[in-house]
Design a protein around this ligand. Structure first.
Ligand SMILES: [Zn+2]
Length: 249
């Protein structure tokens, strides 16, 4: 058993939460019982994940996408009330870490995705240094890289092929980081891997020759939360289980 307070302090230091400008609060978002024996991790604090955590008799949930974001009007109604009601009724703590969880050099979403793709960053780029870039060690062609991504994520990426150049440097940033494409190009990548795509990236790929792979927001962000939660579980001697809630987006 571990004190919620200790876990919260440890995570704040581990993930350097004070160093980020973010779209939502990082740390404890909903306060549950003071002691934690069972920790569940997941990508998003959806109702399905919360219900699964209740079923698993969890004392705490650790996610990448929490409940509260800039732009919300502050009302606890509808679907948001449902989620909060379930957490509070069962005394479950909700820990959420957004950009700090993307960025952590070893346990974060970017590092963990890189590890699954055989990529190791030797530099960072973009706003708050969230983009990772490193040499293309294994795959030098786009089709080989695409196959590796597909095998690692069990999902076919949407590929904007660029000009077919050999891959020397690959950039990546998990989730909805399509807006980092220009910064990736400026950082000298030959291909950029992220979760989502928007209309402008298709033209940028054509006009700059840099390939773009949209591999799924959820699919690229499945690995950070369980890595951090497993670290917490080991450090505090508590149970941990990752619960995957499928999401095609
Ligand atoms: Zn995300």
């Amino acid at each position: 058993m571990a004190a919620r307070k200790e876990i919260e302090l440890h995570l704040a230091t581990l993930l350097a939460v004070d160093g980020f400008e973010d779209y939502g609060p990082n740390g404890l978002q909903v306060e549950g019982r003071p002691e934690v024996t069972r920790l569940v991790s997941g990508v998003t604090a959806s109702r399905a994940l919360i219900d699964a955590a209740i079923e698993a008799e969890a004392d705490a949930i650790l996610v990448h996408h929490g409940l509260f974001w800039r732009g919300q009007d502050g009302r606890l109604t509808g679907w948001l009330a449902e989620r909060v009601r379930r957490l509070m009724a069962h005394g479950i703590n909700l820990f959420a870490y957004h950009l700090p969880l993307d960025a952590h050099a070893e346990l974060g979403n970017n590092a963990q995705l890189g590890a699954r793709l055989g990529l190791v960053a030797d530099a960072r780029f973009g706003e708050q240094e969230l983009g990772f870039v490193g040499p293309a060690v294994h795959e030098k062609t786009l089709s080989a890289l695409t196959q590796r991504v597909q095998a690692a994520l069990q999902r076919e990426p949407l590929v904007l092929p660029g000009d077919g150049r050999p891959l020397r440097r690959i950039g990546w940033c998990t989730g909805g980081a399509q807006g980092y494409f220009e910064a990736a190009i400026a950082a000298g990548v030959d291909a950029f891997i992220t979760g989502e795509v928007s209309e402008p990236q298709a033209h940028l790929a054509r006009e700059t020759g840099v390939a773009f792979l949209a591999c799924g927001h959820h699919a690229t962000e499945r690995f950070g939360a369980p890595a951090v939660a497993a670290h917490v579980a080991e450090r505090f001697g508590i149970e941990h289980r990752f619960i995957e809630i499928d999401n095609p987006a």
